[in-house]
Design a protein around this ligand. Structure first.
Ligand SMILES: Nc1nc2c(ncn2[C@@H]2O[C@H](COP(=O)(O)OP(=O)(O)OP(=O)(O)O)[C@@H](O)[C@H]2O)c(=O)[nH]1
Ligand SMILES: [Zn+2]
Length: 362
């Protein structure tokens, strides 16, 4: 067996490198670039990157819209970084925290022509590292030798792209009995993805009949709502409401998917909350940060249900996208069970925005 890292392992390593502020070498055919996350960029690394050539910044089309930067490559923009600008300028382009105090960062020049594939790959990697979706790139020659000399991780776009668009296979690692308030007959199962990303959990209540639709909930992690009892969303009451209903019926399965903040991570969710304090709604805040409304991967939920032997569900949700994704990934939604709990004065606007912009059923 080879001791060389596989592409999945290299991607996991690249995510850690980027979070630590290390650059990674990206290749695509004859093109290669050094890419570093803007969020963890330091002056020392910026100087070292600049010594290699002209820098460009990869931002998403969503972020480019707020920055009024031209997008020539559909989902990404390649913004030229002027030599006169330093770390603060670069980070202000990536981080919307100060947008309202310093609205005009430009005019910005975007590159057009040639390929944006390396920039697109850089965005996909920083997103999967749960960082702000922005990266600085500089072209490099002789990528393999350069990476070896500097001890850097190399990611080939051709090898990485299919893995980044798929959802990683998950495997059960442990399960045990867990009596809970809502049901004494509880069992917690832990699932681990092959790509080294977060583990996900399944709470099984009673002994659900695998040949009939099971009462199911796909719950996305919300530290603020689930643990702290935040009034800004309805997650805490939904979590407890779903478990309570499963307890009353004597059977059910609740998946606790660690996709905090609709898949952007807790740090980015707090950035979104800070923008909400400035007056933007939940969807606008995600867009200003450079994310889509919802970055979650619901295929994970279907994969776990199937591993547990469930192929049909009575799904507790108000989100039509969850139903569509279940059906698309081979879990039949026999019934939609409404889950309306936890509305309060603080989250009324949030719930109304989800209904208006994300199609949630009221
Ligand atoms: N980015 C972002 N995420 C949020 C915000 N408020 C809550 N969340 C996250 O949204 C997710 C809530 O998802 P769910 O409880 O599955 O809700 P849903 O998609 O509305 O669907 P149902 O509850 O099934 O109707 C959790 O991951 C929360 O952390 C917000 O303002 N911004
Ligand atoms: Zn929440």
């Amino acid at each position: 067996m080879s001791l060389m890292p596989t592409m999945i392992e290299l991607l996991a390593r690249a995510r850690v490198d980027l979070r630590m502020g290390l650059p990674v070498v990206l290749t695509c055919g004859d093109d290669a670039a050094l890419a570093i996350a803007v969020e963890t960029l330091t002056n020392a690394r910026l100087d070292a990157m600049r010594a290699l050539g002209d820098l460009s910044l990869a931002v998403t089309a969503r972020r480019a819209e707020t920055l009024k930067a031209r997008v020539y490559d559909e989902d990404v923009a390649r913004v030229t970084v002027p030599e006169s600008e330093g770390l603060d300028w670069i980070q202000a382009l990536a981080d919307p925290a100060d947008d309202l105090n310093t609205p005009m960062k430009g005019p910005l020049a975007s590159q057009r022509g040639g390929s944006a594939d390396l920039h697109r790959l850089a965005i996909a990697l920083v997103k999967s590292a749960r960082l702000l979706p922005a990266a600085a790139l500089v072209p490099v020659r002789g990528a393999a030798a350069f990476a070896a000399d500097h001890g850097l991780t190399v990611i080939s776009r051709t090898a990485a792209a299919p893995l980044l668009s798929e959802s990683s296979p998950l495997h059960p690692v442990a399960a045990a009995r867990l009596p809970m308030d809502a049901a004494e007959a509880g069992r917690l199962h832990i699932f681990r993805p092959e790509d080294g990303a977060e583990e996900h959990y399944a709470v099984e209540i009673g002994r659900p009949d695998r040949s009939r639709p099971v009462l199911a909930r796909l719950h996305s992690a919300c530290f603020t709502g689930d643990v702290l009892g935040s009034l800004k969303c309805d997650c805490g009451p939904q979590l407890r409401g779903a478990l309570a209903q499963m307890g009353e019926e004597g059977a059910g399965v609740l998946l606790y998917l660690n996709q905090e903040g609709r898949g952007i991570g807790l740090a980015n969710k707090m950035r979104a909350y800070s923008l909400q304090d400035q007056g933007f709604d939940t969807v606008e805040a995600n867009h200003r940060l450079g994310f889509e409304d919802d970055e979650r991967d619901f295929r994970l939920g279907a994969a776990i249900l199937k591993k547990m032997g469930f192929s049909q569900v009575r799904l507790l949700t108000n989100n039509p996208n969850k139903i569509a994704m279940m059906e698309k990934t081979g879990v039949h939604v026999a019934e939609r069970v409404a889950l309306k709990v936890g509305e309060n004065a603080h989250n009324q606007h949030y719930l109304a925005t989800k209904a208006r912009k994300s199609g949630h059923m009221l």
